[in-house]
Design a protein around this ligand. Structure first.
Ligand SMILES: [Zn+2]
Length: 487
């Protein structure tokens, strides 16, 4: 018997509304049809997981498209229209379908559309009609009522740091096929709480969130098909901002609603324990690095982190490293397209040039002097535990070496939490005394030996760990922890 014909599409971008860098069409990698399946096969992505899961279930897989951009500022209106148009076009080409798996981030803002992911679900829904539509989201999604109304089934990653993208794709694929085959009647309920959780306190392997994740797992049985916790990414100023808990049951809407409320309450009751880890000023961090035997000693520059939507153009750690650690082997990075291009043709030559402060007005460029020891461009594949195998590029890049400091300058944002990025630039991260990553948590999965002693730097930026300092204009108030006293 021929299996059900299921489409798979993925359109992923996480918006940081505090970032000054808009997300434009060039920021997207777009793969269409079979090319998407081929390129992503075997990677730790929702798309690959969904395709593999559907094949295993005997479904006829129809790959539509996979488009993704690194987190950044709002997606421009015309970029969004292009993506929505692409999804629509590929759906028209794929019809008729018996079901659809749609992988989204869930925290995308496009122009003035705060809930842009819901608009994409709407595009899909209006094309496919009433056939089962399953959506999978990032754990950092801001789930809205509109999303829940438009989809039949919705799940999210269960892990932070994220290591379960492929299995999340497989989970939603199975639920869609089960629905198509009339084996289940999914009922989805969302419970929200007006709270933000610091990125560093969302971990599902340790701490308060892991306790609630554990509770959710014990409740996932018989009629409860899936429970997803969404401690929304906190740099998102939108009207429906808030922590979400999503429960999918088989034919039990009331049960889904009560379990979602119960688990949202469990997170809420732990809110005072979900705090930012101890932050360290750079000088203290370098002192800690000297006192530690751990190598590489990891410093997380979370406030200007491209995987949290910030530009990654603050070069302040170049100055701090020169001042406090001239003798240590320090690997660090900065986004600066102009500097990357200038250095590209100067391998083996000495350079002196300003770097950084490209997008963020408050950031002051830093003058660096050194030797260009490597340069290049092109794609490479990630090897860390998040998005393993995914092909990425940091555009043109160069390494400026000053004594024992190696500064990776790139024209596009680089994923410094992944060892493959450093190796692509000829730098072996294990040889660093101090590895400065622009990452909130992924480095923990990728550098497990260094993670226990890693420090979070106390620096300003669009993805600041100091959430109280963010000025929200659209988010509902009161909002924890901003309005701590009033609640
Ligand atoms: Zn995420």
């Amino acid at each position: 018997m021929k299996g059900p014909r299921i489409g798979v599409a993925s359109l992923v971008q996480e918006t940081n509304t505090f970032s000054p860098k808009p997300t434009v069409r060039e920021d997207y990698t777009v793969l269409v049809g079979e090319e998407a399946s081929r390129s992503l096969a075997g990677t730790n992505t929702e798309f690959a997981g969904a395709v593999a899961g559907l094949e295993e279930l005997g479904a006829e897989v129809v790959p539509l498209l996979a488009a993704w951009a690194l987190p950044s500022g709002r997606v421009t209106e015309d970029t969004f229209e292009y993506l929505a148009g692409l999804l629509d076009r590929e759906l028209v080409r794929a019809l008729p379908l018996d079901g659809l798996v749609l992988s989204l981030h869930g925290a995308m803002v496009a122009g003035t559309t705060f809930d842009a992911d819901a608009s994409l679900i709407e595009v899909a829904r209006s094309r496919i009609g009433s056939v089962p539509l399953g959506v999978c989201l990032d754990l950092h999604a801001n789930v809205t009522e509109r999303m829940v109304e438009l989809a039949d089934i919705m799940v999210g990653y269960h892990t932070e740091p994220h290591v379960d993208m492929a299995s999340t794709g497989a989970r939603i694929a199975r639920l869609v096929v089960n629905t198509v085959r009339d084996e289940i009647t999914p009922a989805v309920a969302l419970a929200k709480r007006p709270m933000l959780v610091p990125a560093e306190a969302m971990r599902t392997d340790i701490g308060p969130m892991s306790e609630v994740r554990g509770l959710a797992d014990t409740r996932t049985a018989s009629t409860v098909l899936d429970v997803s916790l969404f401690p929304v990414q906190p740099w998102l100023d939108v009207p429906e901002l808030g922590l979400g808990v999503l429960v999918v049951t088989d034919g039990d809407p009331a049960g889904a609603g009560s379990l979602a409320e119960e688990l949202a309450g469990e997170v809420w009751d732990r809110r005072d324990r979900m705090t930012t880890p101890r932050l360290m000023r750079p000088e203290a961090a370098f002192r800690a690095a000297r006192e530690s035997d751990c190598r590489p000693f990891v410093m997380a520059h979370t406030a200007d982190c491209p995987t949290a939507g910030a530009p990654g153009d603050d070069p302040v750690m170049a100055t701090e490293a020169a001042r406090h650690a001239p003798d240590l082997a320090v690997f660090h990075s900065v986004l600066d397209p102009e500097a990357a291009r200038r250095c590209g043709s100067k391998v083996g030559e000495g350079v002196r040039l300003p770097v950084g402060g490209v997008f963020e007005k408050s950031v002051i460029p830093v003058e660096v002097e050194g030797m260009v020891t490597a340069a290049g461009s092109g794609a490479y594949r990630l090897t860390g535990r998040s998005f393993t195998g995914r092909e990425v590029s940091m555009g043109e890049w160069a390494v400026i070496t000053t004594g024992s400091h190696h500064l990776l300058v790139s024209s596009a944002p680089s994923i410094t939490a992944d060892p493959a990025t450093w190796r692509h630039a000829g730098l072996e991260p294990d040889r660093a005394d101090v590895l400065i990553v622009r990452s909130c948590s992924d480095y923990r999965a990728n550098f497990p030996g260094s993670a226990p002693e890693a420090v979070t730097l106390d620096l300003p930026g669009p993805s600041t760990p100091r959430l109280e300092g963010l000025e929200f204009r659209h988010a509902p108030r009161p909002l924890y922890p901003h309005d701590r006293v009033a609640m």
